[in-house]
Design a protein around this ligand. Structure first.
Ligand code: ADP
Ligand code: MG
Length: 583
């Protein structure tokens, strides 16, 4: 270390550029945002690359353009037409406001801008060339209204940064990601992306969010989505979400835009996920496109250099509204259309007996009077209840396949297959949740079950006693590593081998997985539902089948079990006809 000195402006600019310009995608983002802010209705992004990577990024817009003076000024650090002072920030409508993007990009690349303003009737345009932060050339050129900015030789004077660039395809993928999120936030603009002369993406102007989604990700995905809507006095939510069957291992497919800005928000993504509750398996995330319009006074956009994050006032209410909107969208829909056609067909083909034949066989079994399943009867009676809304289409059971799936016919001639174990699990799950903490959740055992455990497990059980109590297990410590189980959840009450089931349940509980505190209660509930539910391979009488279906129909989310697997697979009339070539 020698002396303290002021950095020269070039170095200052290069350092500032580091924050805004990280890679070619950041250049694309800033240029596209400027085009959007300029009121463009059509934007073309042209990318050129060779084996060394991306060599040129060019954005052409039909926005308002700039006068010669503005064109030069635009490259000055902190030159912006978008705000005058800090108070303007609280009602900001544009994507840019810091006035540093063009200056930062030009500090580390060669930038050519050609622009002609819409207003003022200028007959020609201006061409500005800036290299390494220096204005090299300003001249007059013939040009259409609007602006074209080309960026070449990115990081030519900052080799350290150049070294951090990834492969050409990785950088391209980042660029496409930027366009996707901007296009989703601006369905009022037609975007077109061309790479080395080939069109890669195109969206139409004002065709609506769903059409934009179709343009970016294909019509199939778009068709499968459910619309979401929500509203508070200061907030409007609209969007599209996937059915539970269309899920991903991480939340990266949850896209969020706030007031036309693409935002990265773990909290909003989590709120969307929350809306699915246990319709999705743990650790799975939906595909979602959420567009939030929030009073600008509640959104602080000035918290992140690339403006990817915002700070929200009344955040809690906003997150709750998002969750409620998602939940509402899912509740109103017939999620059976979920099951991909192929898998539904396979399940039908596996057991290619005719449903009527199956029904006759089943009836024959019961009328012959053997293996009358009293246990199943007891279990089903336990879950009987009245008065809830019926959330399944009306259907009548025809019989059982493999003593595991109930075959049913809808009033409109659709065919339904119901996984009896999964369906009963759903029924029990809802019931256990409803009875949590209530006295009725526990059923006393005539004879307490005595359980002796190895030291490690008994320590775990001791710790879990309060949690288990809430679910209806009454467990007392009885001696060293010995416990007396005096009551079990009502949902398990009809189990014949209570001791065995209790042991199994506790073993499951103690076997890892269940550790994170907030998930434990959920896990306990799932285990109880699973242990209490009628098993696959249990023959059911037609009456029992009917009972199971009607109980399932009255659960809150009848189409999936607590683990997120389907309970019902539907082949509607149209699909049946298509399968047999009748259409
Ligand atoms: P900011 O967008 O934060 O204002 P920029 O450095 O990105 O800062 O742009 C500086 C200014 O240049 C903008 O405020 C705008 O007036 C002008 N400008 C940049 N790009 C365009 C464009 N494509 N069309 C019209 N004006 C533009
Ligand atoms: Mg800008």
């Amino acid at each position: 270390m020698t002396e303290i000195h002021l950095l020269d402006p070039e170095t200052v600019n290069q350092i500032a550029a580091g924050e805004v310009v990280e890679r070619p995608a950041s250049v694309a983002k800033e240029l596209l945002e400027n085009a959007i802010d300029a009121g463009a209705t059509a934007i073309l992004l042209e990318i050129t690359s060779d084996t060394t990577g991306i060599t040129k990024i060019q954005v052409t817009d039909n926005g308002e353009g700039m006068t010669p003076e503005e064109a030069v000024l635009a490259f000055q650090p902190h030159a912006t037409s978008k705000i005058r002072d800090i108070t303007d920030l609280s009602r900001i409508q544009t994507l840019g406001f810091r006035g540093e993007a063009l200056a930062s990009i030009a500090a580390v690349a060669e930038v050519t801008m050609i622009t002609r303003p819409r207003r003022g009737g200028a007959l020609s345009g201006t061409r500005v060339l800036v290299r390494g932060g220096e204005v090299v050339e300003v001249g007059e050129v013939g040009a259409p209204e609007g602006t074209t900015v080309s960026v070449e030789r990115l990081f030519y004077n900052t080799p350290a940064r150049r070294k951090f660039l990834k492969s050409r395809n990785t950088e391209l993928a980042h660029v496409y990601g930027v366009v996707e999120s901007l296009a989703l936030a601006h369905d009022e603009i037609a975007f077109r992306v061309v790479h080395n002369g080939k069109e890669r993406m195109a969206t139409q102007r004002s065709a609506g969010l769903l059409a934009t989604i179709a343009g970016l990700y294909g019509a199939d995905l778009a068709r499968s989505l459910l619309p979401v809507e929500g509203r508070l006095p200061f907030l409007t939510i609209r969007g599209y979400i996937s059915r539970p069957s269309e899920n991903r291992g991480n939340p990266s497919q949850i896209s969020v835009t706030i007031n036309g800005r693409c935002i990265v928000s773990r909290k909003i993504a989590a709120a969307v996920r929350e809306g699915y509750g246990n319709l999705l398996p743990k650790d799975r995330y939906p595909v979602a496109f959420m567009d939030l319009a929030i009073d600008t006074g509640l959104v602080d956009v000035n918290v992140h250099p690339t403006k990817r994050e915002v700070r929200l006032s009344r955040e809690h209410e906003i997150l709750e509204a998002v969750t409620a909107a998602v939940r509402g969208a899912l509740a109103g829909h017939d999620l059976s259309r979920d099951s991909p056609e192929e898998s539904a067909q396979q399940q039908i083909v596996v057991d290619n007996k005719q449903p009527m034949q199956v029904a006759r066989e089943a009836d024959a079994i019961y009328s012959a009077g053997h293996r009358r399943p009293g246990l199943a009867d007891k279990r089903l009676r336990r879950t009987e209840r009245e008065g809830e809304k019926n959330l399944l289409p009306e259907m009548e059971p025809i019989g059982q396949v493999a003593a595991t799936y109930i075959v049913a016919e809808g009033v409109d001639g659709s065919l339904y297959l119901i996984d009896q174990h999964a369906a009963h699990e759903r029924i029990l799950y809802d019931q256990v949740v409803e009875q949590r903490d209530a006295e009725s959740a526990a059923q006393e055992l005539l004879v307490p079950v005595i359980l002796t455990l190895p030291p490690k497990e008994s320590a775990a059980l001791r710790e879990a006693i309060p949690l288990l109590r809430g679910e209806g297990f009454v467990v007392d410590e009885f001696g060293r590593d010995t416990f007396a189980i005096r009551a079990v959840p009502t949902a398990l009450g009809a189990v014949e081998d209570a001791a065995g089931t209790v042991r199994e349940t506790i073993a499951d509980l103690l076997s890892g997985d269940v550790r994170p505190h907030t998930d434990r209660r959920e896990a306990v509930t799932c285990i109880i539902a699973c242990k209490g539910a009628i098993r696959a391979g249990t023959p059911l009488t037609p009456e029992q089948q009917r009972l199971l279906i009607s109980q399932l129909a009255r659960t809150k989310t009848p189409w999936t079990c607590p683990h997120g697997r389907p309970t019902v697979v539907a082949l509607d009339r149209k699909r049946l006809e298509k399968m047999f070539g009748r259409t």
